[in-house]
Design a protein around this ligand. Structure first.
Ligand code: KG4
Ligand code: ZN
Length: 338
């Protein structure tokens, strides 16, 4: 089954064609990152306009790359939530029009389910159940993937997402948007013990997390150094920050593996590219004899292929939409009725 998959929830316009949920035939992406960089973050209105400009051409390019015709497409999938509402709407409206014009089923896909499904592309043998650590620009949560479309949230951030806090600290340090990767790179040259940053444990659920206190502590440290004219050791601050984020995530991942008895843990989302998180998770999982699934960096960020992968399983589960499909800025990954 060939699924034409559309993603436009943030600042990448993406159209992919994925066969049977596992084989990427083409994965076309038009990134707007350079455009938003001058503003230090994504400007929603610009994102929507750029999606409109790019999306049709990308779909044509996807067909051209594969040599497939519209008749060879069996269904159209689209990210319908969560994301910047104007941006998501562009993809949803395009996908609705394409599905209607081609007379094909329309499959709505939750963006975070898509991030998790990037693992199915990277690891053909991976099947649920497994645990997944979702760490993206907008989400940070531990998910029990019981089946392809049946999930349970163990815990989530109560305030900022990990990626959001990476980007905010990087921005104040003068790194270009999105700063997570630059901060990660700088951290490799630093001494993480030079600065002390907090690790918070919010609320009753031990799987819940908080990153706003950590972010504020890092920002205060930077501003204080500026005020008293003290030279900041940026690589060491980046190393301390990365260590604090990792120390928030990895012990919870270990606890989740222990308590659930699963021996498989996947990571998903852009922050899964972080080298500190990757190496700490690998080391922790090795101690437990657990298997770690980490998509390549190209599949960690937003892309259309991950939406096409999840769409196949949503289709098999009968989760289809009609022309009344709407876009949503926020929506739970648990997949309540549309
Ligand atoms: O999943 P994603 O592409 O977008 C959302 O769905 O939110 O994630 C983007 C996030 C940004 O915050 C970016 O700074 C972060 O992923 N990121 C990183 C790294 N590479 C990307 N954060 C830390 N270390 C990295 N190496
Ligand atoms: Zn994403």
């Amino acid at each position: 089954m060939n699924i034409l998959a559309v993603e436009s929830s943030c600042d990448e316009t993406a159209v992919a064609i994925v066969r049977d949920g596992r084989q990427v035939l083409t994965d076309c992406i038009a990134s707007q990152v350079d455009l938003h960089r001058i503003y230090g973050g994504v400007v929603p209105e610009i994102a929507s306009r750029k999606h409109i400009e790019a999306i049709y051409g990308l779909a044509d390019q996807a067909l051209a790359n594969t040599g497939l015709t519209r008749q060879d497409i069996d269904a159209v999938a689209v990210t319908y939530a969560p994301g910047l509402i104007g941006a998501v709407l562009v993809g949803v409206n395009f996908a609705k029009a394409a599905a209607l014009a081609m007379g094909k089923p329309l499959i709505p896909v939750h963006h975070i389910r898509g991030h998790i499904a990037a693992n199915y592309l990277a690891y053909p043998e991976l099947e649920p159940p497994f645990l997944c650590l979702v760490v993206s620009g907008g989400h940070t949560m531990f998910v029990e993937v019981k089946d392809y479309t049946d999930m349970r949230i163990l815990g989530t951030t109560l305030d900022d997402a990990a990626g959001e806090s990476f980007d905010k600290v990087a921005r104040v340090l003068g790194m270009p948007y999105p700063g997570g990767a630059a901060l990660d790179k700088a951290a490799k040259l630093g001494d993480e013990t030079k600065y002390v940053l907090p690790r918070s444990k919010p609320g009753d659920n031990p799987y819940n997390m908080s990153f706003s206190g950590l972010k504020t502590a890092a920002l205060n440290l930077i501003h204080h150094a500026e005020q008293v004219g003290e030279e900041l050791d940026i690589p060491s601050l980046c190393a301390a920050f990365s260590a604090a984020v990792s120390d928030t995530l990895i012990p919870r991942a270990v606890m989740a593996l222990r308590e659930t008895g699963y021996r498989k843990i996947a990571v998903a989302g852009g922050v899964a590219a972080n080298s500190r998180i990757r190496s700490d998770l690998l080391a922790a999982a090795e101690d437990l004899g657990a298997e770690v699934y980490m998509p390549p960096l190209s599949l960690c960020g937003d892309n259309g292929a991950m939406i096409g992968a999840q769409a196949y399983y949503e289709y098999l589960a009968g989760n289809l939409a009609d022309m009344s499909l709407n876009a949503y800025a926020t929506k739970s990954i648990l997949g309540e009725a549309l």
